[in-house]
Ligand binder design. Structure first.
Ligand SMILES: NC(=O)C1=CN([C@@H]2O[C@H](COP(=O)(O)OP(=O)(O)OC[C@H]3O[C@@H](n4cnc5c(N)ncnc54)[C@H](O)[C@@H]3O)[C@@H](O)[C@H]2O)C=CC1
Ligand SMILES: NCC(=O)COP(=O)(O)O
Length: 339
């Protein structure tokens, strides 16, 4: 491992989900060590149990802090700031303690990213029910990261080689989507998408498509008016600022066209409008990345998969892709010196 490679914090996520299995499995892939120096934030004993269930063997050294750690010389460093012991937990059985632990690993990695001790964070999956059981009032990593870094303009992108989608609304009930969408909000998401494609993905001239909300993008008002009242004015505003953006496109075909190369990213109006088509193509190797933060954050595109936790069956491909993308984005950012 070269000493100048970016340091990527890999958070273990939910101790009773597949995180402790897919992280050792991912780190058994030697390609990762050519692009970054990974450091895990979690519990070494729990990771060893996960490694055993997948038949992976990994040398882990647990420490309370990254300060003074010699990363990359002997095995993999695991930062466990409060020496939490989660190895006695039962697979697929979330508790308040498992929820507290997953948040503690994330918060510790955020502290190190904010202080510049690491270059990027790649998160293992957390369970939203366990977060709630622990009394943590956020719906996921994205909202915790935004709050902890004081970021008001942020967005969730799901990224793969063939398709990138960015969400105009994230974790809200479907019945609230229409009244949550605003011209100002969509304008910010499109602008952030354009900026991020340039600074984090190295695209010189990004082409962005915006999906409509309604069938056939409203069909001239026959099936809804959010397109004319909210979405079209946002697109016009972004275009007037020099962004290459088109739409609102009929949502049933825009993702297909993007996957064939017509656009670099699609802005979707709600979670499953974007994630459904994305996961059809990229479930295995897709990456969730948060745009707008002062540092790089990537994640697996899947969840805690309790139905297979502890069986060794979980694929580590999305975790490998998330760590690799974290390193790639960190390199793009360091070349430009801007988030
Ligand atoms: N990045 C994150 O932290 C994410 C967390 N979640 C959370 O995870 C929890 C469970 O969510 P679900 O909707 O059940 O989705 P899920 O992604 O955990 O599971 C859906 C299906 O995909 C399978 N699956 C998931 N990951 C897999 C892998 N690596 N290899 C093989 N099969 C895999 C599961 O076995 C299951 O059949 C929820 O609390 C959700 O909010 C969901 C998505 C992302
Ligand atoms: N559907 C994506 C998801 O739930 C992950 O959310 P986050 O934890 O990255 O905010």
């Amino acid at each position: 491992m070269k000493p100048n490679l970016p340091l990527v914090a890999v958070t273990m996520g939910d101790p009773v989900g597949i995180g402790p299995e897919i992280i050792p499995k991912a780190l058994a892939d030697p390609r990762l060590f050519h692009c970054c120096r990974p450091v895990i934030y979690g519990d070494a004993a729990c990771l060893k149990a996960g490694a055993a269930s997948t038949g992976t063997s990994l040398a882990l050294t647990e420490r309370q802090s990254i300060d003074g750690a010699s990363i990359g010389s002997h095995g993999i460093v695991v930062v466990n700031p409060e020496k939490r012991k989660t190895s006695g937990f039962e697979w697929a059985s979330p508790t308040a303690a498992s929820g507290t632990a997953m948040a503690a690993y994330l918060n510790s990695a955020i502290d190190d990213a904010v202080a510049g001790r690491i270059s990027a964070i790649a998160t293992g999956p957390i369970n939203k029910r366990a977060l709630k059981m622990a009394g943590i009032p956020f719906s996921g990593h994205t909202e915790i990261l935004a709050q902890r870094t004081g970021t008001s303009d942020y967005a969730m992108m799901l990224a793969g080689a063939r398709l990138k989608v960015v969400l105009a609304t994230i974790h809200i009930p479907l019945e609230q989507v229409s009244r949550t969408l605003t011209t100002e909000g969509i304008t910010k998401v499109v602008a952030l998408t354009d900026h991020s494609l340039r600074t984090r993905f190295g695209l010189a001239a990004p082409r962005i498509a915006v999906a409509g909300l309604n069938p056939h993008a409203g069909e001239s008002g026959l099936f809804g008016n959010e397109e004319s009242a909210i979405i079209t004015p946002a697109i016009a505003l972004c275009a007037s600022r020099g962004i290459t953006v088109t739409g609102p496109h009929p949502p049933d075909t825009v993702f297909f066209n993007a996957s064939r190369g017509a656009y670099d990213a699609v802005v979707a109006m709600y979670h499953d409008q974007g994630l459904g088509p994305f996961k059809m193509i990229h479930f295995d190797d897709g990456v969730n990345t948060t745009l707008g933060l002062p540092f790089v954050r990537t994640s697996v595109d899947h969840g805690t998969a309790y139905d297979i936790a502890g069986t060794g069956k979980a694929s580590a491909d999305s975790m490998v892709a998330a760590i690799t993308m974290a390193a790639t984005q960190a390199r793009w950012l360091s070349r430009q010196g801007t988030p």
